[in-house]
Ligand binder design. Structure first.
Ligand code: FE2
Ligand code: FE2
Length: 361
């Protein structure tokens, strides 16, 4: 076994100690420069797996997303759930059904997305700063799972009832089966790049950008009536992260299309994917959303159609729904912190950030 007194050469044969015990490194720098010169230019996919240089940063949007995710670090356990334990007893049968089924769906969706990012999305990326942003996203998704578990334990929910509800309800299961089918196109290094691009569109713009962002709303509506306000607060932090994921996904897709024009989706392909997803959303919402004061199926679907239009417009496509079919909930932007008009409930604002001075500029 090595001890502190062993010569450093024993630790690493490439290290040498000159007279006077000054450490020197072998001339790897020159080798590395030669190695880099042979490597192709940094690119999103298909670049050298050896490229590890973060700088010079080529994909500024990815680096910014990485830094933002570090600033936005939060812990679910900092939010006490006591008030919700009391509020749970006040919910009507409709409200309880809507809360429980919506919450269970979000829980499964986040778990599935972690696997998807790790096994499929990240695997193909060869630009380090983009890879770092995806790993940071994976970490945020684990915080979301921690949040759900914190809520489950605090509210004394049956864990199996929450985690396995999707297996019992065909309308929920159908969304996840569809999602798994879309993951196939993302897996591995050598799969079809056009499938990979289609998979990114589905996961970032539909799964996160429409299903997930819309999925919070029934619980937000309860929160706005001062019911389940702590769960709502947890979801506000999650929604802040998710809006960052959607913005990152949009930039990733646009960059991929620029570098690999053959992967660009046509408008009819994007519309077809969105239409399929919205059919599943309608069936899901019919099952989960029962009439509540200030929220019902009609409002939910109008809002998710608005989100669908937004995601299509984000990528330069025309909207799928008319202005009368698609309309944002009036409190949506305020709820997820895009526009703060007033402090409508007495909780911490999700604009809070740690590491405010995080910048490498
Ligand atoms: Fe998430
Ligand atoms: Fe996400």
């Amino acid at each position: 076994m090595l001890t502190w007194d062993d010569p450093l050469e024993n630790l690493n044969p490439h290290l040498s100690v000159e007279a006077g015990r000054r450490l020197t490194w072998p001339p790897v720098a020159a080798d590395r420069a030669a190695e880099l010169a042979l490597e192709p230019e940094k690119c999103l996919v298909g670049g050298s797996r050896l490229t590890s240089n973060i700088a010079p940063i080529k994909y500024r949007w990815a680096w910014d997303a990485y830094l933002t995710s570090q600033r936005n670090f939060w812990l679910p356990t900092e939010i006490g759930m006591g008030e919700d334990l009391m509020a749970l007893k006040k919910l009507s049968a409709s409200e309880r059904h809507t809360f429980f089924t919506t919450f269970a769906t979000l829980t499964t969706a986040d778990a599935l997305h972690q696997r998807n990012l790790a096994l499929a999305v990240y695997e193909r990326i060869t630009a380090p700063e983009v890879g770092m942003a995806i790993i940071a996203q994976m970490h945020q998704e684990t915080i979301h799972s921690m949040s759900y578990q914190h809520i489950i334990e605090s509210l004394n929910f049956d864990e199996d009832e929450i985690y396995l509800l999707y297996q019992k309800v065909p309308e929920i299961r159908a969304k996840f089966e569809y999602s798994n089918a879309k993951t196939l196109g993302l897996q591995g290094q050598s799969g079809d790049l056009e499938d990979y691009a289609r998979g990114l569109f589905f996961y970032y713009m539909i799964f996160e950008g429409v299903w997930f962002m819309g999925g919070f709303c029934p619980i937000f509506s309860l929160q706005r009536r001062r019911l389940m306000i702590r769960t709502g607060e947890q979801l506000q932090y999650i929604a802040r992260d998710e809006s960052g994921h959607v913005a990152f996904g949009r930039a990733l897709i646009l960059a991929l299309w620029r570098e690999n024009p053959e992967t660009r989706l046509t408008e009819s392909e994007a519309h077809a994917l969105m239409r399929e997803a919205m059919e599943l959303e309608e069936a899901y919402a019919e099952y989960t959303i029962k009439p509540m004061l200030g929220y019902d199926l009609k409002l939910h679907l109008r809002h998710t159609r608005y989100l669908a239009n937004r995601r299509l417009l984000d990528l330069g496509f025309s909207p799928l729904y008319s202005a009368t079919e698609a309309e944002s909930l009036p409190w949506w932007e305020e709820q997820i912190g895009f526009r703060k008009e007033k402090n409508f409930f007495e909780t911490r604002v999700t604009e809070y950030q740690t590491g405010g001075a995080l910048s490498w500029e």
